[in-house]
Design a protein around this ligand. Structure first.
Ligand SMILES: Cc1cc2nc3c(=O)[nH]c(=O)nc-3n(C[C@H](O)[C@H](O)[C@H](O)COP(=O)(O)OP(=O)(O)OC[C@H]3O[C@@H](n4cnc5c(N)ncnc54)[C@H](O)[C@@H]3O)c2cc1C
Length: 486
């Protein structure tokens, strides 16, 4: 390879969110994705062009669906509203190191994403604070601290009790979590309860109530009275009914090259065309042919459409004929994930640390994400409106509630809930939404198919669920266009 090619490939890798040395397999996969993005910029499709499939949305679900359609020989176009791919995953950089502003952690028990990591030769790295030495927490307004191995087994026991609604540790509700309605009657029995209502049923100490409240608040990324208890049973089942295993799956292992690298590797595989900065505003279907119209007024037609936008923005696209009443209702209600995630750099070196405080504290949970020469980078989560990241004084006060004397050097994050193309973070259903809406959200309407992490059957609300949904939807579209044969 010449020096010029080497340099341009390095530049590609940087753009794709890759700062570190990576395997040759991964480097080539990522560079192929960046080349596809560039091609879309230089040689955009012409308005009026016809495709086998148009995919609306270039997040993990849409990209996977587009790749799988293209690899099956379908002429595929992705229309993405933002000027980048990846959707609710977004790799950025701070002080020469990766930071993930959106979806971050994955796990080998999440088979769909793990398959992709293996396929493209990506590496894995760990968040130090996910296996913290020290835990600090606020209960009854007071700050306490202990070695993690003293307090987490107690939280784990309380969570096991919280989920034990059937004297079988919750196992009878989701005996196989990828088949959410296998025990439909049990699901119905628990689906109308909120996280908070279930907490109120428990006879536990104030301290344990506060510690459980923290877990429920971060999980539903909202006030726990808004989130469905059933989704906690789902996570518990996916987490193998164990607090430590569940936490490892939720918040410990990351893609070393960044989620941006994965997004690029996926779209670089296959020859789907991609148009960035192209929000779709309408989809009209007549006689088995759909016309997709962008905000700019350009139209493209297709035999099938995959709508891969988040649940919370689905109602921003005008469908003719209109979507089913149940889809519209679920889109309008939205999932509860509307809190914040940000990074806070403090001067102090606090080692492998995790801190937490119950709803409505400004910070629900934060932990060491990078141990740096110039202090500690904390990753921080809280409820909607909990913390104004632009108000340094407020951030400093909030951090000092958990780390007295901490000096904040920098704060940054991404406002997912304000962004019109996500209007939220990860998916957690409201009471009743699972029984009322999941199947409706997944159901195709004529040639319009739906793919999203927000309606996945397995790890709903996760990168893994997005990829699962993309794989399944591409398969269904192939079947539709191939006269019912898969
Ligand atoms: C802060 C945060 C932390 C998270 N942490 C984790 C984690 O640690 N692990 C994990 O597995 N998951 C995590 N998640 C969840 C995970 O990132 C998402 O569930 C997943 O990435 C969603 O993928 P998706 O393709 O279904 O949707 P999205 O990624 O939202 O993709 C949808 C795409 O559609 C586009 N779009 C929207 N409207 C239009 C339109 N009108 N026209 C064209 N395009 C449109 C959007 O721009 C976007 O690119 C997190 C999410 C957030 C926000």
């Amino acid at each position: 390879m010449t020096n010029a090619t080497n340099n341009s490939r390095r530049q590609f890798l940087r753009n794709a969110g890759v700062l570190m040395a990576t395997s040759a397999l991964a480097a080539n996969a990522i560079a192929a994705g960046q080349e596809r993005v560039e091609k879309g910029r230089k040689e955009p499709p012409k308005p009026g062009d016809h495709f086998d499939v148009i995919v609306i949305g270039g997040g993990m679900a849409g990209l996977t669906a587009a790749r799988d359609c293209a690899l099956r020989g379908m002429k595929t176009l992705v229309l993405e509203a933002r000027n980048r791919i990846g959707g609710r995953t977004f790799t950025s950089e701070y002080g020469g190191k990766h930071v993930e502003l959106g979806g971050t952690w994955i796990h080998w028990s999440q088979g769909f994403v793990w398959n992709e990591v293996t396929r493209y030769g990506l590496g894995i790295t760990e968040s130090p604070g996910a296996a913290a030495d020290t835990t600090a927490w606020i209960t009854d307004g007071k700050l306490k601290s202990a070695p993690s191995m003293e307090i987490w087994p107690q939280i784990g026991k309380a969570m096991a009790d919280y989920c034990n609604v059937d004297e079988a540790g919750g196992r009878t509700v989701f005996p196989r979590p990828y088949e959410p309605f296998l025990a439909r009657d049990k699901v119905r029995e628990w689906d109308r309860l909120s996280l908070m209502q279930r907490l109120e049923q428990m006879k536990i100490s104030r301290e344990m109530r506060d510690l459980l409240n923290v877990q429920l608040t971060i999980n539903c990324h909202n006030d726990p009275s808004q989130g469905a208890f059933i989704d906690m049973l789902r996570w518990w089942s996916l987490g193998d009914y164990d607090m430590f295993l569940m936490f490892d799956k939720l918040a410990r292992y990351k893609i070393a090259e960044g989620t941006g690298a994965l997004a690029h590797a996926i779209i670089g595989d296959g020859d789907a065309q991609l148009l960035l900065s192209t929000p779709v505003k309408a989809v009209a279907t007549q006689g088995g042919r759909s016309v997709v119209t962008t905000a700019k007024g350009d139209s493209y037609s297709a035999g099938a459409v995959i709508c891969a936008v988040p649940q919370n923005v689905l109602s921003s696209i005008a469908f003719t004929p209109g979507l089913s009443a149940q889809k519209v209702k679920a889109a309008q209600a939205g999932h509860t994930g509307t809190g914040y995630k940000c990074y806070i750099h403090i001067k102090q070196k606090i080692g492998k640390w995790i801190g937490m405080a119950p709803y409505p504290s400004p910070i629900t949970q934060m932990w060491t994400e990078q141990e740096r020469d110039d202090g500690t980078l904390l990753v921080c989560f809280g409820p909607p409106g909990g913390l104004d990241q632009n108000d340094e004084e407020q951030v400093q006060l909030a951090v000092r509630q958990l780390i007295p004397g901490a000096e904040v050097v920098a704060v940054f994050g991404y406002e997912w809930t304000v962004d019109p193309y996500s209007k939220g973070t990860w998916c957690w259903y409201r009471p009743g939404m699972l029984s009322d809406s999941l199947e409706a959200l997944r159901t195709a309407e004529g040639p319009i198919h739906f793919a999203s992490a927000d309606s996945a059957n397995g790890w709903r609300g996760f990168i893994d669920g997005a990829i699962q949904s993309g794989v399944e939807t591409a398969h269904n579209v192939f079947k539709q266009l191939n006269g019912g044969k898969a």
